[in-house]
Design a protein around this ligand. Structure first.
Ligand code: NAP
Length: 224
């Protein structure tokens, strides 16, 4: 199915920036927060006029792709059945200031996107948009072929879904470094060299190709 309608769960910093990029790219955009439409309506009308403020159910029902742009500690507040059979982008990271104690949010033996995929077991999860700060996402978008175009890491287990999301990322104004393994999402999470990175394709690929999982694992352990 061609992507025409983009649904964004989370009307915060990243959700609103992605809504703006999706509108500029010509998509129909719906966006929700955790509560009623009334809570976000004015913000959406002001910051991203043209996007439709709605509640989660309506956003999901009317979207060809759904972006999770909520705090990681809150994904289980969304009923997994709501996203059944949906292509879902996981733009979330564990962030201690927002999410609290890591062990209370994530089990230590799997990466965050693996856990998100396991929870939304009937959805197809692809991780991207998570490693770039929202300001950079907003300002970094460029047309294909522009020498200053930045790249995003895109990864997931389902090849077809990853390729589809990569094409979507392209339309949003970024090159893509693609992997077909959801576990590799760890390469872009807080504490990794790529978290916060805003790099062009070759530079992003270089860091990804030289990623030292053991070294990163040690750093994560040391930061606990
Ligand atoms: N900030 C960045 O630069 C950045 C960059 C890349 C990725 N990320 C990741 O993106 C996610 C969002 O970050 P943010 O900075 O945008 O956070 P934020 O500004 O705090 O916004 C979070 C939004 O999620 C909404 N929300 C919470 N639970 C929800 C639910 N069950 N259903 C629908 N909406 C819900 C919140 O609504 P209420 O206000 O009603 O609770 C709020 O609108 C995080 O996982 C973060 O790690 C952040």
């Amino acid at each position: 199915m061609t992507i025409k309608r983009v649904g964004i769960l989370g009307a915060g910093k990243v959700g609103i920036v992605l809504a703006g990029l999706a509108l500029n790219a010509g998509y129909e955009v719906r966006i929700s927060g955790s509560g009623s439409v009334k809570k976000i309506d004015l913000t959406i009308k002001t910051l991203v006029p043209g996007a439709i403020a709605a509640e989660n159910n309506e956003v999901v029902a009317n979207s060809d792709i759904v972006i999770l742009a909520i705090p990681l500690s809150r994904y289980k507040n969304i009923d997994a059945a709501l996203l059944k059979n949906k292509l879902v982008i996981d733009a979330m990271n564990y962030w201690w200031e927002t999410d609290g104690i890591r062990e209370e949010v994530l089990s230590p033996d799997a990466t965050s996107s693996e856990q998100v995929q396991a929870y939304f077991k009937d959805s197809t999860i692809v991780k991207t948009f998570n490693h770039m700060g929202y300001h950079t996402l907003q300002e970094g978008t460029r047309p294909q072929g522009d020498a200053k175009r930045k790249a995003l890491f895109v990864t997931g287990d389902d090849h077809e879904a990853v390729d589809k999301v990569a094409r979507f990322v392209d339309t949003m104004g970024f090159d893509q470094v693609i992997h077909y393994n959801i576990k590799d999402g760890i390469m872009t999470e807080p504490g990794s060299p790529l978290f916060g990175a805003s790099l062009r394709y070759n530079d992003l690929k270089h860091v990804i190709d030289h990623f030292d999982e053991n070294e990163f694992g040690k750093r994560i352990a040391a930061s606990k």
